[in-house]
Design a protein around this ligand. Structure first.
Ligand code: BES
Ligand code: MN
Ligand code: ZN
Length: 503
């Protein structure tokens, strides 16, 4: 999909579909007037006849014509402003609804009447960027394994954005949004691919491609090197798998030696069967999504290589499968991590923290980091606590956590803090090793006790842990996602964090 900004009149474009968003009970706008005049004089009356008032979540499709050419007119409601302005997330979702409502028709070219940025309390550049992000994200579909061509999703090839004079200069903001959303969609693609087509080696190869294309430095350690470096967690999780594990590091340097350096770490379990503590069949169905953290980090690095923020960013991804076999790590085994600490493995299904322990230790030991953030589909407990709309955030560094929360609110990758109090630490004591890989039942709070496991590996570096178990896959009701696939959660947040690091 190509998105361009135009200053021509509405009727000068040869499109088959026109779309616009409206505020509730404010349907007599100059935009509607112009569209009605050019294509469908009865448009206001028809909308009234359908009781279309612009409610949040509503969408309706009319047909207009000009010079004998038919055009679909899609109108999506934004609802009314809760305070002074309407949240941008509502606009992103309205655009998602517009793209969805066109899937059943064939629309090659869409003209979108972009509303005034003032409606959302933002500037024209932000609105142009977010328009592009939402349109591209909504257009994502995973259909390369569907052979029935009738079932292939069709999306417009061209979108023309029309708005006021201020919007007209915003093509570069649109292009920035395209760079971000294309990476989000790559992230989703890597996750949606069947797990046997998306192994640690495949993902490491994608990281290689990203490094080559966007001029990032890459270090790629194979299983042999992982074992020799003393990464007993990653090696231990990989032991049961025929696939080699990898530890991949992508480095972006901004060119300023005085600039701060931030580490991004992503859990990359390309399939999580639970290992010998095997999962029940139903819980395993979606476990190809267990590399969503790593995919988000690689995708974010792809954007960072292009948008070039004024901060150094290092991405770390431990990549492995978690499978049972005669060589697999057993409950009762004790693993030794890169930083020398040991953990008793009581449950091989708590494997994410084992691979992250090595990645975090390696990051804080070998790089001078000003902050480190990890993303992991870490616990079912987090998914249960918060559901699909908020990522769980754990941190003891309020200033860093506040930045992450702001990036989440701005981009739509929303996070919510869980209490991260030292009282929970005792849950992961072990009588025979430094710590245990599952929390004692008495403490419940599985998301938080997993967070405290990770805390052993970040030294004193300001750290935020994001548990994306609930938000990475199969999120319902958000029209710019797909309800049965990956969301690409975290990419937008990480990019925003990097771009706004130096105010
Ligand atoms: N990958 C899972 C967590 C998960 C669950 C992600 C649901 C996405 C959706 C993780 O490795 C896991 O199995 N965690 C266990 C931990 C337990 C054994 C302490 C869990 O949550 O049950
Ligand atoms: Mn697991
Ligand atoms: Zn897992």
């Amino acid at each position: 999909m190509r998105i361009i900004v135009s200053t021509q009149n509405i009727h000068e474009h040869n499109v088959d579909c026109i779309a616009l968003v409206v505020q509730q009970d404010a349907l007599n706008t100059p935009q509607i007037e112009a569209i009605a005049r050019a294509y469908l004089p009865d448009m206001p009356a028809l909308l009234a006849h359908r009781n279309f008032t612009g409610k949040e979540g509503s969408v309706t499709v009319l047909t207009g014509q000009r010079d004998g050419r038919l055009v679909e007119i899609v109108v999506a409601g934004l609802g009314s402003a809760p305070s002074a302005s309407i949240p941008l997330e509502r606009y992103r979702r309205a655009l998602g609804r517009i793209i969805r409502s066109m899937e059943s028709r064939t629309c090659a070219a869409l003209l979108l009447a972009v509303p005034d940025a003032a409606l959302f309390g933002c500037d024209a550049a932000t609105l142009a960027e977010q328009t592009s992000v939402a349109l591209h994200m909504a257009s994502y579909h995973f259909d390369e394994f569907i052979t029935d061509t009738a079932r292939k999703v069709k999306v417009p090839e061209l979108v023309v954005l029309m708005g006021n004079q201020e919007l007209a200069t915003q093509q570069s903001a649109v292009d920035k949004g395209t760079v971000i959303a294309q990476a989000v969609n790559w992230c989703r693609h890597w996750i949606d691919m069947p797990p046997s087509n998306s192994t640690p080696t495949h993902l490491a190869d994608h990281a290689d491609d990203v490094a080559r294309k966007y001029d990032l430095k890459i270090k790629r350690f194979d299983e042999h090197e992982v074992i020799n470096m003393g990464m007993g967690g990653l090696a231990g999780v990989s032991a049961g798998s025929e696939q080699d594990c990898h530890f991949v590091i992508l480095e972006y340097r901004c060119g300023d030696d005085a600039a701060p350096t931030v580490g991004f770490v992503g859990k990359g379990i390309t399939f999580d069967s639970g290992g010998l503590s095997i999962k029940p069949a139903a819980s395993m169905e979606t476990m190809k999504d267990d590399m969503s953290g790593a995919a988000a980090v690689i995708a974010a690095m792809q954007v960072i290589g292009q948008l070039k923020p004024r901060v150094n960013i290092i991405g770390f991804t431990p990549l492995s499968e978690n499978l049972p076999s005669g060589k697999a790590t057993k409950p009762g085994d004790i693993l030794r991590f890169y930083n020398g600490k040991t953990a008793e493995v009581k449950n091989t299904d708590a494997e994410g923290r084992l691979v992250l322990a090595d990645a975090l230790s390696y990051a804080v030991k070998n790089y001078k980091l000003d902050a480190i953030i990890d993303l992991a589909t870490l616990t079912g407990a987090c998914a249960h606590a918060l559901g699909p709309f908020f990522t769980g955030m754990m941190s003891q560094h309020p200033a860093f956590a506040a930045r992450v929360q702001e990036s989440g609110d701005r981009t739509g990758d929303r996070v919510w803090p869980l209490p991260f109090d030292n009282d929970y630490k005792a849950a992961i004591k072990s009588p025979i090793a430094d710590i245990c890989n599952i929390g004692s039942g008495k403490y419940r709070a599985g998301a938080i006790t997993a967070g405290f496991f990770l805390q052993n590996f970040v030294d004193d570096v300001p750290w935020v842990h994001l548990d994306i178990a609930g938000t990475a896959f199969e999120v319902p009701d958000i029209p710019y996602y797909r309800p049965d696939g990956a969301t690409g959660v975290g990419v937008r947040l990480l990019v925003d964090l990097a771009m706004n690091w130096q105010q």
